[in-house]
Design a protein around this ligand. Structure first.
Ligand SMILES: Cc1cc2nc3c(=O)[nH]c(=O)nc-3n(C[C@H](O)[C@H](O)[C@H](O)COP(=O)(O)O)c2cc1C
Length: 457
């Protein structure tokens, strides 16, 4: 459904009213999940994924989203116990979900640094096939050598090389996905011809990173190839996204910050000959609902205290400082020592988003001093700040405002309990968005993920 200014009340800018796009994030590699909450079920059993996916589909979400950590996080030499660990492989989970859902897109995070294009293209094409065109690939380049120790000799690639590899990786994957003609399989029992003549293009790629020669192994899916999602924030990451991605998963969920990111990234599209609507920007967003605003604020504070226990506060700080801060009082001021900046800090396996720990520490210290925040208060501010807090009407109106005023095209919604945390969003916020005419009331029958997202086909 597309509403235009011709058929409905015009917006201030006389532009078509934008539709809100939503993805549902199954948490698991961060501290948003309050796994000790009594409403929690297993974070890794397939029954949890099934509940989550079917609920997101009930809410007509565009897609379900899985992040991925390729190595268990370690903290002070032990497995980091703040996180949910033990999640099955992304593509295996998504294949299972494909079988118990019909419409929702299935997006997995998979690293270009620690995979090979022929194999990954084949796996994603398989997911796209079996889900009838609902697959998406969140391209990450994965930021540190610790992750790499299980995968490659030397383990590390620096940022520039990671994006060089990613660019060529996607080029090879696309050539493999495009190698089969749309109706290559004729399966003519009378003539005995299974494949139409010349229906398979031979891929012969020789580049600085990869040599790939041969035929791709799978036919095209109903959407041709998986939707490309990207998560990366640097200038290199944004350029890469503007050339390659159809969706960006971003961290910019503040309103002004979101508008700045939105205009920066959309502004890069013209230079590469792409239309502004060919790339959707979806920041991650958490939410807390209440019957009244005060009720929601109280729930938000309670949830934040569960998400950031005194021990969590210190451990979170140690991830940034890279050193043991066990002697500090969580209710006291921030350490005045400088962070250790090497990859060998006390936490290993944390996905870095490019920020320099020294810069983060300086900013945090200034903020804590200015506002009189303890360590725990400050960590709550950064690690458990809930993006949308309010009644369902307030949350729906805020989401819509972000979208209409170009702070985003929608959100990747992250619940704080799992797998049922999203249920109340579906029950209470989705109907409000639908009532405002900015969110689908049903999927288009047979729509692929690309069509559901309103992307050019
Ligand atoms: C919102 C967001 C989510 C990310 N999620 C993952 C992830 O699940 N797994 C992973 O290995 N890397 C993840 N990354 C890391 C990026 O792929 C990239 O390696 C990192 O951000 C450094 O690149 P950059 O400097 O361009 O941001 C994520 C990055 C962002 C911004």
């Amino acid at each position: 459904m597309t509403l235009t200014s011709a058929t409905t009340a015009p917006t201030r800018t006389e532009r078509p009213i934008k539709q809100v796009h939503l993805a549902a994030h199954f948490p698991g590699v961060n501290n948003t999940t309050v796994w000790r909450d009594s409403n929690q079920a297993s974070q890794i059993a397939f029954s949890s994924f099934r509940h989550f996916a079917q609920n997101a589909e009930r809410g007509k979400f565009d897609f379900l989203f899985l992040a991925e950590g390729l190595r268990l996080r370690e903290h002070k030499g032990l497995i980091h116990d703040l996180d949910v660990v033990g999640r099955p492989n992304t593509l295996a989970v998504l294949a299972g979900i494909a079988a118990v859902t019909e419409h929702i897109g299935l997006v997995g995070t998979l690293s270009t640094t620690f995979n090979e294009p022929y194999e990954l293209a084949r796996q994603l094409a398989s997911l796209d096939q079996i889900s009838l065109g609902r697959a998406g690939w969140n391209i990450v380049t994965t930021s540190d050598a610790f992750h790499g120790e299980n995968f490659r000799r030397g383990a590390y690639l620096d940022r520039g090389d990671r994006y060089t590899r990613a660019e060529e990786f996607v080029e090879v994957a696309r050539r493999l996905w495009d190698a089969w003609a749309p109706d290559a399989i004729t399966a003519d029992k009378a003539t005995g011809e299974f494949l139409a003549a010349d229906a398979l293009g031979h891929v012969d790629h020789h580049g600085p990173q990869f040599d790939v020669t041969g035929f791709a192994t799978l036919p095209r899916s109903p959407q041709g190839s998986p939707v490309i999602v990207q998560a990366g924030d640097s200038a290199d990451g944004r350029d890469f996204a503007s050339r390659t991605a159809e969706v960006i998963f971003s961290l910019h969920s503040g309103f002004e910050d979101g508008q700045a990111f939105y205009s920066d990234v959309k502004g890069r599209l013209a230079a590469v000959g792409r239309h502004r609507d060919s790339l959707k920007i979806l920041p991650a967003a958490t939410f807390i609902l209440g019957d009244t605003e005060a009720d929601a604020r109280e729930r938000s504070r309670e949830t934040a205290l569960l998400q950031v226990s005194p021990q969590t506060a210190i451990a979170f700080l140690e991830q940034v400082w890279g050193t043991d801060l066990g002697g500090y009082d969580p209710d006291g001021p921030l350490p005045d020592i400088d962070p250790v900046t090497s990859d060998e800090g006390v936490t290993r396996g944390r996905v870095r988003h490019g920020a320099d720990p020294a810069v983060i520490a300086k900013g945090w210290r200034e903020l804590a001093e200015a506002e009189g925040l303890s360590i725990r208060d400050l960590v709550i501010r950064f690690a458990a700040k809930h993006t949308f807090v309010g009644t369902p009407v307030q949350v729906a109106e805020t989401i819509n405002r972000y979208v209409q005023e170009d702070a985003s095209d929608g959100f990747v919604i992250v619940g704080s309990t799992n797998p049922t945390g999203l249920d109340e969003f579906v029950d209470h916020v989705i109907p409000e968005l639908q009532e405002r005419g900015v969110y689908r009331t049903d999927y288009e029958p047979g729509a692929t993920l690309r069509q559901t997202l309103g992307l050019p086909v």
